[in-house]
Design a protein around this ligand. Sequence first.
Ligand code: HEM
Length: 127
Amino acid sequence: MSESQNQSQWERVGGEAAIKAVLDRFYEGVLDEPQLAGFFESVAVDDIKPHMAEVLQVVLGGPGARTDIDLAGYLTEAHADLGVSLSDFELTGKVLLDTLEEFSVPDDIVETIEGVLATVQPFVVAA
Ligand code: HEM
C-alpha cells in the first residue's frame, strides 16, 4: 500500500490549514450569492467558519474527530428554523464543489464530499 493510501483524506487535503483555507473561500463564495447571503446576515462570519469544519473533519477522518455526533439530529436541529429550500441547498453544494475544484482537491475526496452532501440533504432542507 502506498503512503498516500495510509493517510486519511483529511491529511491528504493538507490538514487543518488547508481545510481552513478551503472554508474561508467557501464562505466567501456563499456570501457572494444573493440567494444565500441572507441566511447568514444575523450570524457572525467567524462563528459560521467552524460550521462545516467539524463535519468535514468527521467525514475526512481528521485527527480527534468526534465519533459521537448524531449527524442527522445535529444538522436537523441546526437548520430547523431556517427554511432552506432544495435550490438553496443545491447552490450551496455547487459553491462547495467549485471551491474544492479551485483547490485541486483529489477526485476521490470530492466524491466522498458529494456522497455526504446527498446524505445530509434531507436534514438541512426544510420539509
Ligand atoms: C451542505 C450541507 C450543510 C452542512 C454539513 C451544514 C452544517 C451546519 C452545522 C454543523 C451547523 C451548526 C453550527 C453550530 O451548531 O454552531 C450549521 C448551521 C447553519 N447553517 Fe448549515 N450546513 C449545511 C448546509 C446549509 C445550507 C444549504 C444553508 C443555507 C443556505 C445553511 C445555513 C446555516 C445557518 C444560517 C446556520 C447557523 C444557524 C444559527 O446559528 O442560527 N447550512 N450548518
